[in-house]
Design a protein around this ligand. Structure first.
Ligand SMILES: Cc1cc2nc3c(=O)[nH]c(=O)nc-3n(C[C@H](O)[C@H](O)[C@H](O)COP(=O)(O)OP(=O)(O)OC[C@H]3O[C@@H](n4cnc5c(N)ncnc54)[C@H](O)[C@@H]3O)c2cc1C
Length: 448
């Protein structure tokens, strides 16, 4: 048996950040990170790696990000944890004892149990193996079906379409992007997909994949329609990898491994963070989804500080997110209006449409903003943004920080911003001030 101060299971962003934080401390820990992927992908970049323009290595995460930071790297599958004895066992027969164990086992793509789903012409979008398959399939095929209209499915559909592939996107819900995007913004995305030649089929379910050979597949929909394709990309969501924890008697829920605000599981000296854990909403404190790389990093920082003897609390996820769809870019932080209503909150929303530059400048385009406020305390609890170009991520970060700092409607009505003809709206106009003012007017009207 090999003795370690800290063992980390999983080599994604959560696992790596813990390695870095422990290394940066002045404590001399023996740390082992065990992961079952030889090479990790930079998952967020996988859709953008499909065109064969850059070497695939650019989309990989170097193992040096573990080994150069004082940790031993073991490529192996952890098969069993004995939390009473503080021991773990791997497939290759390694046996470690730990002072603290961190489970960062991540999540895996949902593979719907559709007949014919396991075939060489069908792939998910997560790992380096998936990226190799996507490169291979897209270099040979001319017709693709993407299953799932979340942000990953849409990113893949856009990239394939830009490569000249005829793409059909199938979503079983009535709308795409329903989890993070406000309904009034979804139509902009749908228009962008249609305008660029992507066939969008919503409210349609794939019921079978029929294969004649290794190079084509017929995708059958619930309505009897058949879509002939050269390959299929599955992007139907993810499930947290909780099995290792639950087999060890560690408490899990349908959202993931249960942790307290210190990222401690139900077993002593076992922490967990990242995609595999049940998250709590920063706003409602209720269990929620939130499989984002940034969430994994924030939670990992807290976990490392607590391993180092701190008593740091994780405040819950705001789920700041952003994506791009051809020329459009969009994102959100906090709750959408519907999520807030579903959570039983008494809310008011405000909208604005403000030009992103002074009107006389070139390439001016509107920025659409929606803010959601809690009427009980006037605090901002959600915001969404849609525009063109690169500014959207910074807008989302502004909204996220405003939520985190407890900004109220009044704070947003009176906050001090900059202006510049090429970089911002004209002095009198600001997307947040206008959206907050709209919310204020709506709230006032509702009293009469
Ligand atoms: C295509 C795509 C695009 C994305 N885009 C974005 C984006 O733009 N922005 C954003 O914020 N997020 C994005 N994400 C989400 C982000 O990648 C994840 O939230 C993040 O990777 C989670 O990190 P993690 O460390 O928790 O888990 P993971 O990255 O899943 O890592 C888990 C690790 O655990 C290992 N493991 C699991 N079980 C075992 C075991 N029993 N033994 C040994 N090792 C094990 C796995 O091999 C893996 O190395 C995207 C994801 C995908 C797939």
């Amino acid at each position: 048996m090999e003795k370690r101060d800290v063992v980390i299971v999983g080599g994604g962003p959560a696992g790596r950040v813990i390695v870095h934080k422990l290394y940066a401390s002045d404590r001399d820990f023996s740390v082992t990170l065990i992961k079952n992927e030889e090479i990790n992908a930079n998952r967020c970049a996988v859709p953008y790696g499909i065109p064969d323009k850059k070497p695939i290595e650019k989309f990989q995460i170097s193992n040096k990000l573990v080994t150069d930071f004082g940790a031993e790297l073991v490529v192996d599958q952890v098969e069993k944890i004995d939390p009473d004895k503080k021991e773990i066992f791997t497939k290759e027969g390694r046996h470690f004892s730990y002072g603290d164990l961190v489970l960062t086992t991540g999540s895996r793509p949902v593979v719907p149990p559709i007949p014919g789903v396991n075939a060489r012409t069908i792939t998910c979008v997560r790992s380096i193996t998936d990226l190799s398959a996507l490169r291979d399939l897209s270099s040979r095929g001319k017709r693709a079906v993407v299953v799932g209209g979340g942000y990953i499915g849409i990113e893949v559909a856009v990239i394939l379409s830009e490569m000249g592939i005829d793409v059909t996107l199938v979503e079983m819900l009535p709308k795409i992007l329903t989890t993070t995007v406000e309904p009034e913004f979804i139509s902009h995305v749908e228009n962008a997909l249609n305008k660029n030649g992507i066939h969008l089929l919503t409210n349609e379910k794939v019921v079978e994949f029929k294969h004649q050979d290794d190079t084509s597949v017929n995708v059958t929909l619930g309505n009897g329609m058949t879509l002939p394709a050269d390959f299929v990309v599955l992007s139907a969501g993810v499930v947290p990898n909780t099995e290792l924890a639950s087999q060890a008697g560690i408490k899990t829920s349908r959202f993931g491994i249960c942790v307290d605000e210190y990222m401690r599981t139900s077993s002593d000296h076992v922490y967990s963070c990242g995609d595999c854990v049940e998250k709590r909403s920063f706003i409602t404190n209720q269990p929620t989804r939130g499989e984002f790389g940034t969430n994994a990093v924030f939670m990992a920082k807290v976990t490392a500080q607590n391993i180092l003897g701190g008593a740091k609390k994780f405040p819950g996820v705001i789920n700041a997110n952003a994506t791009s769809v051809f020329d459009l870019s969009l994102g959100s932080a906090g709750l959408t209006e519907q999520m807030a209503i579903d959570a039983g909150l008494n809310i008011v929303s405000g909208r604005s449409e403000v030009l992103d530059k002074y009107p006389m400048m070139d390439k001016v385009s509107p920025t659409h903003t929606k803010l959601v406020f809690n009427l009980e305390n006037q605090k901002l609890i959600g915001g969404s943004i849609l525009g063109n170009g690169h500014g959207t991520a910074q807008h989302v970060d502004f909204i996220s920080l405003a939520i985190q700092m407890g900004a109220t409607m009044d704070d947003l009505l009176t906050y001090q911003y900059c202006t510049h003809p090429e970089l911002a709206a004209k002095p009198s106009d600001n997307c947040y001030v206008f959206a907050a003012r709209d919310a204020f007017m709506t709230e006032k009207d509702s009293y009469y």
